[in-house]
Ligand binder design. Structure first.
Ligand SMILES: Cc1cc2nc3c(=O)[nH]c(=O)nc-3n(C[C@H](O)[C@H](O)[C@H](O)COP(=O)(O)O)c2cc1C
Length: 201
């Protein structure tokens, strides 16, 4: 069995920018498990930190050195380019992914191309944001990312996790979620490692 090379970089994209977001708990939970994939460095890319403008590009953003985005957009693009793979944390807002996440993705022009992405959707409701997760899958695929199969819907995430991201839900449920997420992180790191060496056409 080949082991992933050290130094793989995973960007954990926190997709909600609401002040009282449940996403922070989910993000803390994820980061507490990141140590189980020691070959990788997990970095939180919090959309609330970027304050990205609404995209007003006349056409799909052009890739290449000729592009001159605003500094905040440049920082987002550089951080996305620096990662070898992504874990997207998306809530479901109005039966789809949050507008802020869709907008952030709309600024990309190849920075995430050919890189794997794991989608974790969450909600305070029973279906775990799976509609948003499915829509995000289409968007990521359309942008040239490789969304990994399987889904990770976190239902009733507000009951599963406390403020510090510790699992406080019913033990069997908590163990299952923890196990599935750990496996998904390992899988993501494995794909990120393999795809790093994918020849550029
Ligand atoms: C504007 C808004 C729309 C929502 N729409 C949905 C929805 O379509 N489906 C769902 O399962 N939950 C929905 N919810 C409940 C969310 O699951 C819950 O508020 C969750 O905390 C959102 O994640 P966030 O706090 O990280 O933004 C909505 C919440 C808000 C604030």
């Amino acid at each position: 069995v080949s082991r992933p090379e050290p130094g793989i970089r995973i960007g954990v994209v926190l997709g909600s920018v609401r002040p009282q977001r449940l996403g922070e708990r989910v993000c803390r939970f994820v980061m507490s498990l990141a140590g189980r994939a020691p070959q990788a460095r997990f970095t939180v890319l919090d959309l609330a930190d970027y304050r990205l403008p609404v995209s007003e590009e006349a056409v799909a953003p052009p890739a290449g050195p000729g592009r001159a985005p605003e500094p905040e957009v440049r920082r987002w693009l550089d951080d996305m380019a620096a990662a070898d793979g992504y874990l997207f944390l998306t809530p479901e807002h109005d039966y789809t992914l949050p507008a802020a996440l869709k907008n952030a993705l709309g600024h990309l022009a190849g920075e995430a191309h050919d890189k794997p992405a794991t989608i974790l959707s969450y909600a305070s409701t029973a279906h775990g944001g799976s509609i948003a997760g499915n829509e995000l899958r289409l968007t990521l695929g359309g942008l040239g990312m490789l969304p990994l199969p399987g889904s990770l819907p976190l239902a009733h995430a507000d009951r599963l996790l406390d403020e510090s991201g510790r699992v406080v839900g019913e033990p069997e449920w908590a163990a299952e979620v923890t196990c599935r997420l750990s496996r998904s992180l390992t899988e993501l790191v494995r794909y990120a490692d393999a795809l790093r060496t994918l020849p550029v056409p």
